[in-house]
Design a binder for this molecule. Structure first.
Ligand SMILES: *[C@@H]1O[C@H](CO)[C@@H](O)[C@H](O)[C@H]1NC(C)=O
Ligand SMILES: *[C@@H]1O[C@H](CO)[C@@H](O)[C@H](O)[C@H]1NC(C)=O
Ligand SMILES: CC(=O)N[C@H]1CO[C@H](CO)[C@@H](O)[C@@H]1O
Length: 718
């Protein structure tokens, strides 16, 4: 009851003006931070000037965005707290205005979603729905395999309470609609909405159908309860088309499909599935469409043309929804006549190719609202409480946490290890078929290393699987950055997997595992974002992997690692050039000064003269960059942030009997950067170091349990 009050009032307040206020903050530029950041970059004064400029722009935008976002979220929190403090009398008032939808009634929503780009839109829509909702929800997705992969991982890792989801493969629906000639950009997918009474489970009686380009400004239960006022054979709730399209006067000889008056827009539909099935809906629309197509030849607006023509013949089917439930921002629209106050509107439909640039007297308000959800921290939407949450759902996580005690030095680590990071796979278009000897470069990064991506692309033309650790707002920054980069946009063989930020440590091994799991090629090169591969490394590694037969033999091919302290490095074009730079002191073996142990077993002296691959022995703390087959053990996620995250993995490869073979003509070079936050923490915190020791011990014990006697050596060496 209390929760309801809070959310109800919040929604009202937000719509009534809080959002515009919050978002005025969006464009405030805080010069102080930006200047200090410039200094940091200028000090470096190094990378090619274009990259520096881009990096600087991105970083500046980032700082501003981060600030804005935290201000927004603070403001939201403050609002929520203020409302939570509201007194009894207000509570009573809200009780009286309680909606007709019973507290725990499940609301069903169907969305057609196909391809990489649509999954990004759908997340924004879902965030807006979750923000205002008070009921359990069930999302029904009509999806292609790409969207299903992305959305199932997303929901699984998001774990929002009281949200269920199902998928219906678009491929099996296609035969029902591919016969219709269609000129709409949504392609065959838009038409699939027509098949919902057949596609959705027979026991499902009603559903709200949404396009991916709508944003909610209110509780979806208010829309759901409109089903109750349907009368007679009313089975389809729709808002009128707010443009003049179906009036047929847009241009000379403009001939739209037949429609009732202005026609209806199908961006938001209430479907009474049970009634439609009783009326043999599938046959009904098919016959009408076939007949109409004899003269119209094709549909221009996909499903919408057919819905409209059916309704013209069977007007009793339609229930006219108030226009605020689908405020259409396409050009030529009368949407402004629909509502007098911005606070009246319920759903905004971005059905214009201009999207955020549309002309409308409230466009700023709409834009701010859209941006709010675009950049809203999705993790916050998990914590909504409902009286109807199943006790079992929450118990699990609680148990794990209650076993942890505060006086454990590793409390913070262990707690964060139990965290599931919300993950959006393939954030951008991806399309690549690996070859039989293919090698994928695997790496992970956070926003501060974004500029390395383009550089790596210039050195590695093969496939890349990369995990990006970002906030929701940073992901938007990344998207803009990527779209603006010719180098990145010209590549379709890079899988970008966003892992949303949460907690205080960088979950390095979760990131690595996420990128590793998405690899499609037989082999992987486990690298790091700060390394530039030698030119031609991709081709060389493919050959080496087949020649050394690593798909059958347990071998890890070591790519020797070097480093430079110089930003303006003339990148060596050959091993000979690299060796002379080593002599001259422009290059060093990796971590030569601070942690030589990590790479000493590579035996750089031998490498200098080697012309054939040579085997080396594993030693404690060895952490080479290796090429291995894809199905190696995953990285141990107990190691967060800095320290032992890779050493532990190499140790496990050794325990499994992998041989380490150094490649004589391969190398990578580490480029300089400011120390990461986690390294700084490691250096300054004794608790951190103490805990790392404990975790190492636990890992080694686990290893000897798993691999028996031969793993005892890992115990004794400490
Ligand atoms: C609490 O209720 C009283 C009247 O019942 C009202 O005058 C007062 O403004 C309310 N306070 C808040 C913070 O809403
Ligand atoms: C997806 O979005 C990107 C960036 O806006 C665009 O370049 C690309 O063409 C879109 N892909 C598809 C298949 O629509
Ligand atoms: C907005 C809508 O529901 N449908 C169509 C109405 O007309 C415009 C053209 O003016 C189309 O672009 C819309 O898709």
């Amino acid at each position: 009851m209390f929760v309801r009050l809070r959310k109800r009032s919040l929604a009202v307040l937000l719509v009534a003006g809080a959002v515009p206020v919050m978002f005025m903050l969006y464009f405030i530029f805080t010069t102080e931070d930006v200047v200090s950041n410039h200094d940091r970059i200028l000090e470096a004064d190094v990378l090619e000037s274009k990259i520096v400029q881009r990096l600087r722009d991105t970083e500046n935008q980032n700082i501003v965005l981060r600030k804005e976002l935290s201000q927004t979220q603070n403001q939201l929190l403050r609002l929520q707290m203020t409302l939570a403090a509201a007194n009894e009398s207000t509570k009573m008032k809200c009780l009286n205005a309680e909606p007709d939808v019973p507290k725990c009634e499940l609301i069903h929503v169907a969305i057609v979603c196909a391809g990489h780009n649509a999954t990004r839109d759908v997340v924004t829509l879902i965030k807006s729905v979750l923000f205002y909702r008070r009921n359990p929800l069930h999302f029904h997705f009509i999806s292609d395999p790409i969207a299903q992969l992305i959305l199932s991982k997303l929901f699984e890792t998001w774990s929002v309470a009281e949200v269920q989801y199902s998928f219906y493969p678009a491929d099996s629906i296609k035969p029902d609609v591919t016969w219709i000639p269609n000129r709409h950009y949504s392609g065959v997918y838009g038409l699939m909405k027509l098949t919902l009474p057949k596609t959705l489970p027979l026991n499902l009686e009603k559903v709200i159908v949404l396009d991916t380009d709508v944003t909610f400004a209110t509780d979806i239960a208010e829309l759901w309860k409109i089903f109750r006022v349907f009368k007679g054979k009313q089975a389809i709730g729709l808002v009128e088309n707010q443009s003049d399209w179906y009036l047929g006067k847009l241009w000379k000889n403009h001939q739209p499909w037949p429609a009732l008056g202005r026609g209806f827009n199908t961006g938001v539909i209430l479907l009474e599935l049970k009634m439609l099935r009783e009326l043999s809906w599938m046959q009904m629309w098919r016959l009408i469409a076939e007949k109409e197509l004899m003269t119209m030849l094709y549909v221009s607006l996909a499903d919408q043309d057919i819905f409209n023509t059916v309704l013209k013949q069977h007007p009793y089917l339609v229930y006219r929804l108030p226009c605020q439930w689908n405020v259409q921002l396409s050009e030529n629209t009368r949407s402004e006549q629909c509502y007098s106050e911005a606070s009246d509107l319920k759903v905004i439909h971005w059905n214009s190719p201009m999207k955020l640039k549309v002309k409308n007297k409230h466009v700023e308000f709409f834009r701010n609202m859209y941006l709010t959800f675009l950049e809203y921290d999705g993790n916050l939407l998990r914590r909504e409480l409902f009286g109807c949450t199943n006790a079992d759902d929450t118990a699990h996580g609680q148990d794990l946490l209650s076993e942890l005690t505060d006086d454990d030095d590793c409390y913070d680590f262990r707690r964060e290890r139990e965290m599931t990071h919300r993950t959006h796979l393939y954030y951008l278009d991806y399309s690549y078929e690996p070859q039989s000897d293919d090698v994928t470069l695997v790496a992970q990064l956070s926003m501060d290393r974004l500029q390395m991506l383009e550089m790596i692309c210039r050195h590695w033309e093969g496939p890349i699987s990369i995990a990006l650790y970002m906030s929701d707002a940073e992901a938007q920054q990344f998207l803009r950055y990527a779209i603006g980069s010719e180098t990145l946009m010209s590549r379709k063989n890079i899988g970008y997997h966003i892992v949303y930020r949460e907690g205080q440590f960088y979950p390095v091994n979760y990131l690595r595992n996420t990128a590793l799991q998405q690899v499609k090629s037989p082999f992987v090169f486990l690298s790091d974002i700060d390394f530039l591969p030698m030119y031609g490394l991709y081709e060389y590694l493919k050959k080496a992997a087949s020649m050394m037969d690593i798909s059958h033999e347990k071998k890890a091919l070591v790519v020797p690692a070097f480093e430079t302290q110089r930003y303006r490095l003339e990148f060596p074009k050959s091993k000979a050039e690299l060796l002379s730079m080593l002599d001259m002191g422009t290059l060093f073996t990796f971590r030569y000064h601070v942690w030589a142990k990590g790479h000493a077993p590579t035996n750089f002296a031998k490498w200098g003269t080697a012309t054939t691959p040579y085997k080396v022995e594993w030693e404690l703390d060895f952490e080479p960059y290796v090429v291995v087959r894809r199905d190696i053990p995953s990285f141990d996620q107990r190691f967060l942030g800095f320290g032992w995250n890779k050493v532990s993995h190499i140790m496990e490869l050794d325990a499994q009997g992998f041989e380490f073979v150094v490649l004589p003509n391969a190398f990578i070079i580490h480029m300089p950067h400011a120390p990461s936050f986690d390294i700084a923490k490691f250096r300054s915190s004794s608790v951190y170091r103490k805990c790392l020791k404990i975790l190492k011990g636990e890992f080694q014990r686990d290893l000897s349990k798993k691999y028996g006697i031969k793993a005892l050596k890992y115990l004794s060496v400490e």
